[in-house]
Design a protein. Structure first.
Length: 117
């Protein structure tokens, strides 16, 4: 069931923005929080390893990992997992024959938002 995104307004029609915490705001994939993403960006305590010639593993401060793989077809696959090894996002960058680049994000991570008001 998809949630609706609605703007809250008072009796005079003035927009209201409720107080919340970053840990309570989930990303569209429903698994990741704004808090985790911000903490990883701010902390910068990152461990980077190269397990083989085609893979880079970046372990972030939160314990999340970003695994970058260089595939045989020339594309680049980036898998982001949380500290419990749950896949949060898979992104594939493809270099097309016409010189263009296309980026595909795992469709499970995309959510339709319904905006009202």
């Amino acid at each position: 069931m998809s949630a609706k995104v609605r703007q809250i307004k008072d009796k005079d029609g003035t927009k209201i923005y409720p107080v919340t915490k970053a840990s309570a705001c989930f990303m569209p994939n429903g698994k990741d929080t704004v808090e985790r993403i911000l903490n990883d960006e701010i902390d910068q305590d990152t461990d980077i390893t190269f397990p083989d010639a085609t893979k880079i593993v970046k372990t972030l401060a939160s314990g999340s990992t970003v695994i970058t793989e260089f595939l045989d077809d020339g594309s680049i696959k980036e898998t982001t997992k949380d500290e419990n090894d749950v896949v949060l996002q898979i992104k594939v960058t493809k270099f097309n024959e016409d010189g263009s680049i296309s980026i595909d994000i795992d469709p499970e991570d995309e959510e339709e938002d319904e905006n009202d008001g």
